[in-house]
Design a protein around this ligand. Structure first.
Ligand code: TEU
Length: 510
């Protein structure tokens, strides 16, 4: 059995977790100072989003040096100290690796811009002549909106960027690119990391002929801006990369994990990445996008690949408390639904506080999606607002020192949601997460669906039944000993007890 089987990973979006140096942006020393909180909460591992050298066009997912820390977040010595401290506390450390693209400030891209057409310096990226009409070489769209190509006036060629123009896509058909990514993996494994979350793991290779993507007809690799991503994502060549990476990480021991962001809807295509000789885990995006509807939630869990990493929220999507309709009791029930699942669960920072998406005023928005969509798509800032730590210190509630503005404004009432406000309150959602994390290891074995008439949504894990009332009427509770319930009100007398709407229980059936 591997450590991640049954484990819970905490996603730390580092910019917004804890500010240790007082500049309004979260950092490595801030995270280190809060590791004791994660230990207290009861998670097994922390996944830290990118802290590498970056011009921060995409908040660190545009990397100019993948083997150094950005001064905004700290130093390599800070990172080493963080890893040591985490390991001392018994927490594993996962970090991001971003193999699909670099920053335009990466020395490789700078060299490419300066080199003549056809020079080896250019071949690490994807360049093409304009189409006959002078426009982009094909019809691909950037994930962030607009064309996936930008013209380099000097050379007269376009470069490919599936994300922002400042994130040029690497040419994975060039062996130098593969070798450099492996050097990055080794660099961090040598510093003691326990695994990697692979950004855009389904990317990397593009169709060799860069054919146009067809219009979306409802099936296929993935939809984006009305197009099926048949030629831009999920190419067969990518699987060899992960076979090599698997051997590489295994040379450091069996306890280093590869977790892919394989953002595809077709479960069979995701499953193709999670194999004996490829990735250990891939996120279930099916569950990440789901609304509060029994059938859809159930289908998302059923359809997802074996060895899924289950999550309800992340830094790219609306927080699930908001997606589920802004009903606090639902967020509480969802915690029991998520943490009852087998395999690996991933919490997104702040969900344990019941945080919802925050209103971010237009003038404060920073996500490239907001700018590239010409202000028509809000983007991801609302789910990236910093965490409140202290009750009564607006506007940053202990995220950064008093008098400093956090990088995104925090709602005025977030003091009530803060760690300090909830930590000693047995009825808080934070206490509920903590109790669930204590009990999670007692749930064992695979998931078995229960066709229980007692609850619209029910599954069994060994000795424990997980019942979630996603409906809007109370349902009778089957016989058994309740070991955990989500409702913020007591369950009532044994003989009359029901499962209220928007609530969940873990129970030993009788
Ligand atoms: O995300 C990849 C991805 O597919 C998402 O960008 C998603 O489609 C988008 O955010 C719309 O919600 C990863 C990272 O998680 C994201 O933060 C980065 O911006 C992106 O890669 C580029 O590195």
């Amino acid at each position: 059995m591997t450590w991640w089987d049954g484990a819970t990973v905490y996603q730390c979006y580092i910019r917004s977790f804890a500010d240790g140096n007082g500049d309004g942006v979260g950092d490595l020393i801030g995270l280190r100072s809060r590791l004791a909180y994660l230990k207290w909460l009861g998670v097994d591992a922390v996944w830290i989003t990118p802290f590498y050298r970056s011009p921060m066009v995409d908040h660190g997912y545009d990397v100019s040096d993948p083997r150094d820390a950005d001064p905004l977040f700290g130093t390599l010595a800070d990172f080493d100290g963080l890893v040591d401290e985490a390991h001392r506390l018994g927490l594993r450390v996962l970090i991001d690796v971003i193999p699909n693209h670099t920053s335009d400030r990466h020395p490789w891209f700078q060299a490419a811009l300066a080199a003549p057409v056809g020079a080896p310096e250019r071949d690490r990226y994807i360049w093409r002549d304009p189409a006959p009409d002078g426009g982009p070489p094909n019809n691909w769209r950037s994930v962030f909106g607009g064309p996936a190509w930008t013209l380099d006036e000097r050379s007269g060629q376009f470069w490919l960027h599936l994300f922002a123009p400042e994130q040029p896509d690497l040419n994975w058909r060039n062996p130098e690119v593969a070798a450099d990514a492996e050097a990055t993996l080794r660099f961090w494994l040598d510093r003691g990391v326990d695994g990697f979350r692979i950004d855009v793991a389904h990317g990397l290779f593009k169709d060799a002929r860069l054919r146009d993507n067809p219009e979306w007809t409802g099936e296929g690799v993935k939809e984006l801006w009305g197009m099926e991503q048949r030629h831009s994502f999920d190419q067969p060549e990518v699987h060899d990369v992960y076979r090599r990476w698997r051997r590489l990480v295994e040379s450091y021991g069996e306890d280093r994990v590869l977790l892919g962001e394989v953002f595809l809807w077709d479960p069979a295509r995701v499953a193709a990445y999670v194999r004996e000789d490829e990735l250990h885990l891939a996120f279930s995006f099916m569950l990440l996008g789901q609304r509060w509807e029994a059938d859809n939630l159930r289908r998302a869990i059923e359809w997802s690949a074996q060895n899924s990493a289950w999550a309800l929220s992340n830094h790219d999507l609306p927080r699930h408390a908001t997606r589920f309709g802004g009903v606090v009791e639902r967020a509480r029930a969802a915690a029991l639904l998520l943490l009852g699942l087998p395999g690996t669960a991933v919490l997104y920072q702040g969900e344990e506080l019941g945080l919802e998406d925050a209103e971010v005023p237009e003038e404060a928005r920073q996500d490239p999606i907001w700018f590239r969509s010409g202000g028509t798509v809000t983007g991801r800032d609302p789910s990236r607002v910093p965490l409140p730590w202290a009750v009564s210190r607006p506007p940053a509630f202990g995220f950064c020192p008093d008098g400093v503005s956090p990088w995104l404004p925090m709602p005025a009432d977030w003091g009530e949601r803060s760690v300090e406000a909830q930590q000693d309150d047995g009825a808080s959602i934070l206490s509920l997460y903590r109790r669930a994390l204590v009990l999670r290891p007692t749930l064992s074995g695979p998931l078995e669906w229960l066709d229980s008439s007692a609850a619209p949504f029910a599954y069994r894990r060994g000795e424990v039944d997980v019942l979630v009332n996603v409906g809007d009427a109370p349902v009778p509770l089957p016989a058994g000993d309740v070991i955990l319930w989500s409702a913020s009100t007591p369950l009532g007398l044994r003989s009359t007890r029901v499962l209220p709407p928007d609530s969940a229980v873990w129970l030993h059936p009788r």
